[in-house]
Design a protein. Structure first.
Length: 151
């Protein structure tokens, strides 16, 4: 089974209430090869919510307590992001996911680039918190941007 970011499947769960449908992802769902997951909703957030970015590092640093996830207004939401990451890991293990396809640039789901924590639209190399935890547990994570190479 493949686990995919809910927003890539067309569900309006992004922080601003939108989705980012990818037709290849939709096809996987229609073929019953994939199921959806949204780490931030599993962490306890609802939609819409404030945008958040990792401040002080990458997803690995958040897991190690060396960086945090902060909303634009300044609220520290690290705990909820970590909670969502562990809930996603449990789900991936329950369905024995062979691969997890997550939305690039998200502080949860990014798998090669994330925003730099300044809320200025600047990206840096790094993983989201969920991606970091999944990879630490030996689960393959790919970005929707690399899907063509993978499928
Ligand atoms: Fe999409 Fe991941 Fe953000 Fe949920 S947490 S809206 S699945 S990018």
């Amino acid at each position: 089974m493949i686990l995919v970011s809910s927003c890539l499947a067309g569900l309006e769960v992004r922080y601003n209430g939108t989705h980012c449908l990818d037709n290849k992802i939709r096809q996987l769902l229609e073929d019953n090869q994939a199921i959806t997951v949204c780490p931030e909703l599993l962490g306890g957030f609802s939609t819409p919510r404030e945008p958040a970015e990792i401040v002080g590092g990458s997803g690995e640093d958040v897991l190690d307590g060396k960086a945090k996830v902060v909303e634009k207004s300044g609220r520290d939401v690290t705990e909820l992001y970590v909670k969502g990451a562990y809930a996603t890991l449990r789900k991936a293990q329950e369905v024995d996911a062979t691969v997890v396809i997550l939305k690039e640039f998200s502080p949860s789901c990014g798998s090669s680039m994330i925003y730099n924590g300044e809320f200025k639209g600047k990206k840096i190399v790094g993983n989201g918190v969920t991606t970091a935890l999944l990879r630490r547990n030996g689960i393959q994570v790919v970005s929707e941007e690399r899907l063509a190479d993978f499928l």
